[in-house]
Design a protein around this ligand. Structure first.
Ligand SMILES: C[S@@+](CC[C@H](N)C(=O)[O-])C[C@H]1O[C@@H](n2cnc3c(N)ncnc32)[C@H](O)[C@@H]1O
Length: 441
């Protein structure tokens, strides 16, 4: 169960990273694994709102790889009012907006930590381009409102501006961190959803330096082949990794996924065919244990061939597997479709043999989160490994982390999300991206 935080309000705004569906899937899997009751109220690319039965600890953000900010909802109003106030400049709607936002406790709650002089932030999140032209005006409205409230409490305050070229009036998580806004004053999030608009106070932001440390400050690094720690964390969470569980990474490389799972207080087992990687993972896990003062965490790293997993791991012994076997060779140029098919064809036997063994070593109900290559071709199409068919033949079923029952309202979007058991992660500049599959025994 989640630890109780001191406040009793239980709606939160989550600002996701670039891959918002993957971020939502991670949060859903994380809360579900910990039996934390929640409902997804509002949903968009730029933020989603969750109502939970027990208050969340700000430290939660460090347990998630895909969330940039978490805000505690202090007040809400209808988005129709916000549209009328800012898009159509209707006087009555403007007054209503002020009235809703100006509940006294909003200012009291938002600025609990402020001294007599403070700098605070206001960031705006919305869905729909129609707000783009009015975003700065809306941000100033909120900023001026809180400035006035603080002045009436004897606090001299100013709100942070943005560089001219910033498209959206949003502070980055790094700005919030560097200015110490959460500790010293506040960042207010004004989030305009389809039906409701939320006024929230940021309680936590993603700390990129902490994740970076686990990448570049660990003793052994391998730049090209290792997975980013944030994605490793997301994969561990999607696999339902939790304290006390046994997580296996059978293609562990330098141990990135094992590291993130170990921080979740899981018992971890790594396997790699390359003796250098076995040693590297071991060294990195020993460093992590020391650096993060993790006590009583057992870790094992074995030399082995994961095409014959049962040689090394007992049948029905593992709670979850999170792994990246092989995304194929680094490509200088976009491949033709037939070349890409060739890459996929060469990798298929490795994935096939591994899936057979993975099914056997997993406990019943255990999850396998596995990446496969998502290859962009010269003709603009993508070539994939389509591992689901093979996985199903072996006995796995596809697992959808974002379940239909989590939503307050069902729409065509929620319908799509509730059917997603794999997530594509690829950026414009990438020739090969990842398809992240969630499978269950
Ligand atoms: C893409 S890398 C994994 C990187 C890892 N996630 C990390 O962050 O370092 C794949 C790893 O699988 C290992 N490998 C390849 N074939 C293998 C096999 N048949 N059995 C076990 N390990 C294998 C490679 O040595 C390599 O370290």
């Amino acid at each position: 169960m989640m630890k109780m935080a001191s406040n009793k309000q239980t709606s939160y705004v989550f600002v996701p990273g670039k891959n918002w569906k993957l971020s939502l899937a991670e949060v859903a899997a994380f809360l579900e694994t910990r039996k934390c009751q929640f409902k997804i109220a509002d949903l968009s690319k730029s933020f989603f709102t969750l109502t939970v039965e027990e208050a969340l600890e700000p430290s939660l953000i460090g347990d998630l790889g895909g969330i940039i900010k978490i805000g505690w909802v202090m007040s809400r109003l209808s988005s129709e009012t916000v549209v009328n106030a800012f898009l159509y400049a209707k006087k009555q709607a403007q007054e209503e907006t002020e009235e809703e936002v100006s509940a006294d406790y909003v200012a009291d709650e938002a600025f609990k930590a402020s001294s007599k002089k403070c700098v605070f932030g206001v960031s705006l999140y919305f869905e729909g381009r129609q707000f783009l032209r009015h975003a700065k005006e809306m941000q100033r409205f909120m900023g001026n409102y809180f400035k006035g409230e603080l002045a009436s409490r004897g606090v001299k305050a100013r709100f942070m501006g943005f560089p001219r070229n910033r498209k959206l009036p949003q502070l980055t998580h790094v700005e919030v961190l560097k200015k110490g806004l959460i500790e010293k004053s506040a960042e207010i999030l004004f989030c305009v959803g389809r039906e409701q608009t939320y006024v929230a106070k940021t309680i936590a932001v993603h700390n990129p330096f902490e994740f970076q440390k686990r990448d570049v400050e660990r003793p052994v690094q391998r730049k090209i082949f290792s997975i980013p720690p944030r994605l490793a964390k997301i994969m561990a969470n999607l696999s339902s990794c939790a304290p006390g569980k046994v997580l296996l990474d059978p293609f562990c490389g330098v141990g990135t996924i094992l590291q993130e799972a170990m921080l979740t207080k899981a018992q971890v087992i790594g396997i790699d065919i390359n003796p250098w990687c076995v040693k590297a993972s071991y060294t990195n896990l020993a460093w992590l244990k020391d650096e993060y003062k993790i006590e009583d965490r057992r870790y094992t790293v074995l030399l082995g061939d994961s095409r014959r997993l049962t040689d090394k791991v007992d049948v029905d012994s593992v709670d979850c597997i999170a792994t990246e076997p092989d995304l194929g060779p680094a490509l200088r140029h976009l491949p033709t479709e037939s070349y890409a098919r060739g890459i996929a064809g060469k990798l298929k036997p490795l994935y096939g043999s591994f899936l057979e063994g993975a099914y056997r070593v997993l406990k019943g109900g255990g999850k396998l989160v596995i990446t496969s290559p998502y290859i962009r071709t010269r003709s603009g199409t993508f070539v994939t490994l389509s591992i689901e068919e093979e996985a199903e033949r072996i006995g796995f079923s596809s697992s959808c982390p974002i379940e239909r029952r989590f939503f307050v309202n069902e729409t065509s979007l929620t319908e799509d999300l509730a059917n997603m058991s794999s997530f594509v992660d690829i950026e414009e500049r990438h020739k090969i991206g990842r398809e992240i599959h969630v499978l269950q025994k």
